[in-house]
Ligand binder design. Structure first.
Ligand code: NAD
Length: 483
């Protein structure tokens, strides 16, 4: 379904995110017929560049980041014709009059701030000073949204000086993932799961976001953030909210966000012994493999105490979840790349079988990547003549298997950008949610900083520091394998 006609301005249109995600995503939406005839994309960034040079830059981005099957020459040309470029300085007067002259009346105006957060305030101010934004305009802001409660509040206040909350779209691309939205469908469109979705039936929840890559070129930013700020406070918190929230009365932006906020406010603190931080070690060269730098070498800071891995246990103090631990872990340079949420249900209250040590837990695992899908593990009788022996069987639903090959599943960024044009804030974080998440994270971070704690070392390609295993073993549980 095409969206309304729009003028979308991408500040930072020459940046890495625009090149890898935003522009290829917009091209795919164009191909899918979602962009009306008169939709325009205007890139604004600091570099001096003419329109042809910018279009060539975008053509290259499409060649690099769009699947070959979708690269149609004529379509690419038609898409490029929608693009313009204006060299604009967020901090000065360059470009703003030209930008204003390009904007049309009577269409949706959206401004994507794909620049460093330190420029958000300047951009918001300029948009008003030059009369480019109006009461219906929308702004999209990227992460990181602050590095603690104080900076997030300041950022919210800066934006609020020029825009209403209904105009501000704080992107968390995890919320744009197909499976994440499916999580809400599974919970609230089936009568099967919801009766079991509580402390009476759920033993615990594990949320894992494991990456195989190191900090790459983002070392400078990452070393100031660490896994807690980069992953837990935002992405993993959002996943936790969708699992734990009460049913909203309607699938509407504020109804959903109100429920998420209640979850964040009900989070328990995390004690010293409920958290394990790690930092990846280096690897000397060995049989046919190159040496791998350590975290401290990657970020160029030999004394860094920043964590590239974190595992923690948190509770939710409300009726539904009292006593149910949520175990979160995320890290870089781990064995495999996997994001999943696993809900482990309690064992049956009484076993009528003679089996002693078999695991009798039903687990609902929701995979976000790779191979998006869900698996429900059920116990069955081991087939064959061996008597009544039990075994686990996965009921597997892989989206890729189920969907036809040409199914149009938009990537997270493209879906979210279209939501901005539609004016749908359901999948975007509200200011109070972000602040509440920082209010939870701040004291946890402050506590380890006060202790001057060093992260535990772990080997690249492992499942993280040994101590993280203890976090679960102590409770008589174990992490799912990162495979
Ligand atoms: P980048 O450094 O590659 O690009 C920055 C862009 O900002 C460039 O287009 C540059 O011209 C523009 N810019 C810089 N100073 C300017 C000024 N004074 N006036 C106007 N434009 C100016 O950055 P990026 O990696 O594309 O990241 C952009 C934003 O997205 C950041 O907030 C970042 O944290 C966030 N983000 C990036 C990624 C990613 O994968 N790159 C992922 C998540 C979030």
């Amino acid at each position: 379904i095409p969206v309304d006609p729009f003028d979308l301005v991408i500040f930072g249109g020459t940046g890495d995110l625009a090149r890898r995600k935003i522009l290829p995503g917009l091209y795919r939406r164009f191909l899918a017929g979602q962009m009306p005839e008169d939709a325009r994309i205007i890139a604004a960034a600091r570099s001096e560049m003419d329109e042809d040079a910018y279009r060539a830059f975008v053509a290259e981005a499409i060649a690099e980041f769009v699947e070959p099957g979708h690269r149609d020459k004529a379509q690419i040309q038609a898409f490029l014709a929608r693009l313009s470029y204006v060299a604009t300085d967020a901090k000065g007067s360059d470009g703003w009059d030209s930008l204003k002259a390009l904007m049309r009346d009577g269409v949706v105006r959206a401004f994507y701030f794909s620049v460093a957060p330190s420029l958000f305030g300047a951009l918001a101010e300029k948009l008003h000073e030059y009369g480019i934004a109006d009461g219906d305009s929308r702004i999209v802001v990227e992460k990181p949204f602050g590095r603690d409660l104080a900076s997030a509040r300041a950022l919210n206040a800066t934006l609020a000086a020029h825009f209403n909350e209904t105009q501000i779209y704080r992107i968390d691309h995890y919320l744009g993932k197909e499976t994440v939205q499916n999580l809400m469908a599974v919970r609230f469109a089936n009568s099967l799961f919801e009766p079991l979705w509580n402390a009476q039936h759920v033993d615990h929840v594990q949320i894992t976001v494991a990456e195989t890559v190191g900090v790459g070129g983002r070392g400078e930013y990452y070393d100031r953030a660490g896994a807690m700020r980069d992953m837990v406070q935002n992405h993993m918190m959002q996943l936790l909210c969708l699992i734990a929230m009460e049913p909203p009365y309607k699938f509407e932006p504020d109804a959903v966000r109100d429920e998420k906020l209640k979850v964040i406010r009900a989070l328990t603190g995390v004690g010293h012994d409920e958290i394990v931080r790690g930092q990846y070690r280096g690897m000397p060269a060995r049989e046919g493999r190159k040496a791998e730098p350590s975290y401290t070498e990657d970020v160029g800071n030999a004394h860094s105490r920043t964590e590239s891995y974190i595992a923690l246990k948190v509770g939710i103090s409300n009726w539904r979840w009292q006593g149910v631990p949520f175990y979160l872990r995320t890290g870089k340079k781990l064995r495999n790349r996997i994001s999943e949420i696993a809900i482990t249900f309690k064992e049956p209250p009484h076993s009528i079988f003679d089996e002693d040590d078999a695991w009798r837990e039903n687990v609902l695992a929701i995979r976000l990547q790779p191979d998006e899908g869900m698996t429900l593990t059920v116990m069955i009788k081991e087939p064959g003549p061996g008597g009544m022996r039990l075994t686990e069987m996965p009921l597997d639903m892989s989206f890729a298997d189920w969907l036809s090959e040409d199914a149009d599943i938009p990537d997270a960024y493209e879906r979210l950008i279209m939501d901005v044009i539609r004016g749908n804030q359901t999948l975007f974080m509200r200011g109070d949610e972000v602040e509440a998440a920082w209010a939870w994270a701040d004291p946890i971070i402050a506590a380890w900083e006060d202790r001057g704690e060093r992260p535990h070392g772990y080997d690249p390609g492992s499942s993280g520091p040994e101590d993280a295993l203890m976090l679960m073993h102590r409770d008589g549980r174990r992490w799912r394998e990162i495979r």
